[in-house]
Design a binder for this molecule. Structure first.
Ligand code: ADP
Ligand code: MG
Length: 699
């Protein structure tokens, strides 16, 4: 592909604003735009015209089917394809697609997780068109982004609460901006997610049942070389990977996804890809698509793209950075320090809203990224800790300190910071972007939430972030709307917030042991290490109250989500446990036994030939391996028992605790012995490819 072609290619498979403007009548276009921008209700006639124009466009692009594309609580996207064909009286077919089909679909919802929201006899759910995210064509199918609800109106997906949270924030942010004399159409949150992943050879992948069934290796001794030389990060990209990236970019550009940055990551075989940011809802849809397409394109290149958070023990796992900000319809970034004192006061108030939100709802942010996979990263010295804190950088911290204590800021001007009177000193972006160990860092004009796992849907954390910030803003608006002296009250408010939420601000090393001690013992921050610890907090009174008050979730939706997430955690680890048992009993033990046989046979043969041979190597290896097989047998029996015990537990909270306290430690224990045996056994006798082969065989 020549570079000339990129602008032409970009968005060619998307029913975007360009297509709408060109093809819809002026009246319908304006009306649809109003729905997209201002949430106005959609007229049925408008839907009919949009549908027919969309159909013609899709057919021209080779589409034969359409689907409502949605994000059930499984975390992956779902689609059910219908063709456009309708029989005509003369026996032929015509291609039809009505406004009704565009707006609403009725997939059978009974096989999607609902956490008790919907009894199976009430299996119907419905999907509703989300016009704020453009329709697109994938594999000859017109995909219409939709929300997915039960018939009683409860959300069965991740998009619905995300849209609700964006609306909550929009409402409160507009109130605040009004106080600063600004009447804006809307405030939207924007997100740019940086996505990490591994690429490994397809043949190697297929030889590993653990990767096939669970996405991660459950066994495997460390290779002689891992990431210690730091030679992979930003290193030269290998030709096969380059070919993959080129192909991937092309696919993503066609779908209007702004694929921008790509580089090698820290671990061998690990890479990163970052798009340019967009509105949260669109960014979420795009990230889901991106993950799907990465896997598809990798296969084309005889590789497999691993999105698991911890595919390999001993080298870094994969995360996702959620760069987040808020902007008005005029494109003003509300987290960008302004040019005038007044603008700076506004910036500081929005900054405070985020600081307070993160402090008040640490647990919600933590649980929004909690999965069995991500538990392997958080707190493992490679990703931010499970403790949530905010990094602001020295300069901004200095400014806040000065405001808090009515002291002169030691920056450029020696003046007491009185908002609305003095301009904030300009601080350079550079100084804000150095700390890579903070889970929630201010990076000049946005916050970067870094605790996400690579396979997480970004919907979850943005729902919580939007809602929590909406709550801070609401409190501020309630207080300032009746202010007699706005500037004085504003100053007082900002001072109060900074003082009250001081404990969440931390610029130091988040990976250090001392921080964990200080955070939990001195500052009283929460440290929810696992999904089992974190998830039940979704139902804490303060969290429920806030999420329900902003109409982001209903009480039943919260209960069902908590249940589904914990269930998912238990099921995931259960499958891993079963896979381990399977591999040990069917492959590892028989392989070691065979190797022992050959050692024993060699020894006796050698001894029969000569009385002088000692066979030290053969005998010592045999002795240790034989000991290990006995351990392995005991440990696999322990694991089987734990899996049996888990079956007997009905309560999902109790089950998740059993997984955390019993199942996972037993899996770890079993692995240790098998990995030791791997080091003592000849490679040709070992049943699965080694870590070395998995990590270093793509060129
Ligand atoms: P890095 O974090 O590697 O230094 P950048 O700061 O350039 O990289 O950007 C990281 C991501 O943040 C990109 O996806 C970028 O589009 C996104 N980003 C930049 N500005 C904003 C914003 N205002 N809102 C949300 N995301 C943003
Ligand atoms: Mg980053």
């Amino acid at each position: 592909m020549t570079t000339q072609k990129v602008p032409e290619l970009y968005g060619s498979m998307v029913f975007d604003d360009r297509v709408m403007r060109a093809r819809l009548s002026g009246k319908v276009y304006n009306s649809l735009r109003k729905t997209i921008d201002e949430n106005e209700k959609l007229d049925e006639n408008v839907a009919n015209e949009v549908a027919s124009v969309m159909r013609d466009w899709a057919i021209e692009k080779g589409a034969t089917h359409f689907t409502h594309w949605f994000q059930p609580l499984t975390g992956v996207t779902a689609e059910k394809h219908d063709s456009f064909i309708t029989p005509a009286p003369d026996g032929s077919v015509i291609m039809e697609f009505s406004g009704k089909e565009l707006i609403k679909g009725e997939p059978d919802a009974s096989s999607f997780p609902s956490g008790g929201l919907r009894a199976t006899f009430e299996a119907r759910g419905y999907t509703a068109w989300d016009p704020t995210s453009y329709a697109f064509i994938k594999d000859h199918t017109l995909c219409i982004p939709t929300a997915f609800c039960s018939y009683s109106g409860e959300a069965l997906d991740k998009k619905t609460p995300l849209l609700r949270s964006m609306e909550a924030l929009n409402k409160q942010a507009k109130r605040i901006l009004k106080l600063f004399g600004k009447d804006v159409k809307f405030v939207r949150t924007s997100v740019g997610p940086e996505q990490e992943y591994f690429l490994i050879d397809k043949d190697m992948f297929e030889k590993r049942p653990d990767l096939v069934y669970t996405g991660r290796t459950l066994f495997g001794a460390m290779p002689p070389k891992g990431q210690e030389l730091d030679d992979h990060y930003f290193g030269v990209i290998k030709p096969r990977v380059t070919a993959f990236m080129e192909d991937l970019n092309e696919e993503l550009w066609k779908l209007g996804i702004l694929a921008k940055t790509e580089h090698n990551e820290v671990a061998p075989a690990q890479h990163e890809m970052a798009p340019i940011f967009s509105t949260t809802n669109v960014a979420t849809d795009n990230n889901q698509l991106m993950m799907e397409i990465m896997q598809k394109v990798a296969r084309r290149h005889d590789m497999v793209c691993l999105l698991h958070e911890k595919p390999f023990a001993g080298v870094n796992g994969s995360g996702k950075h959620n760069n987040w900000s808020m902007a008005t319809d005029k494109g003003t970034n509300l987290l960008s320090p302004g040019d005038t004192p007044y603008e700076n006061a506004q910036f500081l108030l929005f900054l405070c809203a985020v600081i307070q939100a993160v402090d008040d709802y640490q647990d919600l942010l933590r649980l929004s990224v909690a999965t069995a996979g991500n538990d392997h990263r958080l707190g493992a010295n490679e990703a931010p800790p499970a403790i949530i804190s905010v990094f602001l950088g020295d300069e901004l911290t200095g400014i806040l300190d000065a405001i808090k204590s009515d002291k002169p800021y030691q920056g450029t001007e020696q003046v007491i910071m009185k908002l609305g009177v003095h301009a904030l000193p300009r601080f350079s972006r550079d100084t804000t972007d150095r700390n890579r160990t903070s889970p929630f860092a201010f990076t000049g004009n946005k916050f970067e939430f870094r605790s996400l796992g690579s396979s997480n849907s970004i919907a979850c954390c943005n729902i919580m972030l939007n809602a929590a910030v909406a709550e801070s803003l609401k409190q501020y608006a309630d207080r300032l709307e009746g202010a007699s002296d706005f500037e004085a009250d504003l100053h007082e408010l900002i001072k109060e917030v900074i003082t009250k939420h001081q404990r969440i601000l931390f610029n130091g090393n988040g990976y250090g042991e001392e921080w964990i001690k200080e955070a939990t013992e001195v500052r009283g921050l929460s440290n929810l290490k696992t999904t089992a610890d974190a998830m039940p907090h979704l139902l804490d009174e303060k969290n429920k109250e806030m999420l329900i008050a902003h109409k982001v979730f209903t009480e039943t939706e919260l209960q069902s989500r908590c249940e589904i997430m914990l269930e998912n955690y238990c099921k995931t680890v259960n499958i891993e446990g079963l896979t381990m048992v399977d591999m040990v009993r069917k492959n590892y033990l028989p392989a070691i036994e065979k190797y022992l046989y050959s050692l024993a046979k060699t020894t006796s043969l050698m001894k029969s030939v000569s009385g002088n041979v000692k066979c030290n190597y053969e005998i010592s290896t045999m002795e240790r391996l034989s000991e290990l097989t006995d351990y392995i047998l005991e440990r696999v029996k322990d694991l089987e028992k734990a899996l049996e015990d888990l079956k007997a537990v009905d309560d999902v909270v109790k089950a998740s605790e059993l997984v955390r306290d019993d199942l996972l430690p037993k899996m770890e224990h079993l692995r240790k012995h098998v990995d030791e045996a791997e080091m003592l056994t000849s490679e040709s006798s070992w049943p699965f490819p080694s870590y070395g082969k998995l990590l270093f065989s793509v060129y």
